[in-house]
Design a protein around this ligand. Structure first.
Ligand code: ARG
Length: 226
């Protein structure tokens, strides 16, 4: 595996957690989605090859820190804590944490989560927020979809997760709904190894071009229909 040091040699290694439609998911042994396409478009602009590896969400930042990967694109929310460990590019999408419940649930807004069993994907911002809910029993899952399955089986009362995957999961499973009131607003960015300003600047240049040309919005619109 090539690392950041050899990135100039022509290959970029990206790590992601492909359990997060429509940003990254498996389709016929391939990792596809918004992040995969944006990363490919960036690599093309830099004249580099792209390799995508799949791993647990909470292993992504360590993989970038250790140099096992050049960057992670994973619907990753920019926050102060993560900024201590990696450098983020300019943001490329807006996001929000939302609440999924069963239809007919007595939970009607974020306050209603108090004292409830709340499912999240391990290490995500949903996990961080759920942690602050008074008297809630937080259950952590490797995949967001596993949390949604637990909800359909009444093992938990709600799932806190990003809006776009929530929309996909609710569409694929009957009897679920997303509450109107979102938990938080967030923004996604790509993360590189701390101090790798060369790659960071190159990627920011490519992201700006993709924004200015409308190509970035085109990729997002291909997967998210308003
Ligand atoms: N936006 C949330 C975060 O940064 C969840 C991201 C989950 N991404 C994934 N590929 N599973 O923590």
């Amino acid at each position: 595996t090539k690392t950041a040091e050899s990135a100039a040699g022509g290959k970029l290694v990206m790590v992601t957690n492909a359990e997060f439609p429509p940003y990254e998911y498996h389709n016929n042994n391939e990792i596809v989605g918004i992040d995969a396409e944006i990363a490919k478009a960036i690599a093309d602009k830099l004249g580099m090859e792209l390799e995508i590896q799949d791993m647990a969400f909470d292993s992504l930042i360590p993989a970038v820190q250790s140099g096992k990967a050049d960057f992670t694109a994973a619907g990753m929310t920019v926050n102060e804590d993560r900024k201590k460990n990696v450098d983020f590019t300019d943001t490329y999408a807006k996001a929000a944490q939302v609440i999924i419940v069963k239809e007919g649930s007595d939970i009607v807004n974020p306050d209603g989560l108090e004292g409830k069993k709340v499912g999240v994907q391990t290490g995500t911002t949903g996990d961080i927020y759920a942690d602050d809910i008074k008297d809630a029993a937080v259950q952590r899952f490797n995949k967001g979809m596993d949390a949604v399955m637990a909800l359909t089986q009444d093992k938990i009362d709600a799932v806190v997760i990003d809006r776009e995957p929530a929309t996909v999961f609710v569409k694929d499973n009957t009897g679920l709904k997303i509450l109107d009131e979102a938990f938080t607003e967030e923004e996604y960015a790509i993360a590189v190894k701390k101090g790798n300003t060369e790659l960071l600047e190159k990627m920011n240049g490519a992201i700006k071009e993709l924004k200015d040309s409308g190509e970035l919005q085109k990729i997002i619109d291909k997967y998210i229909t308003a």
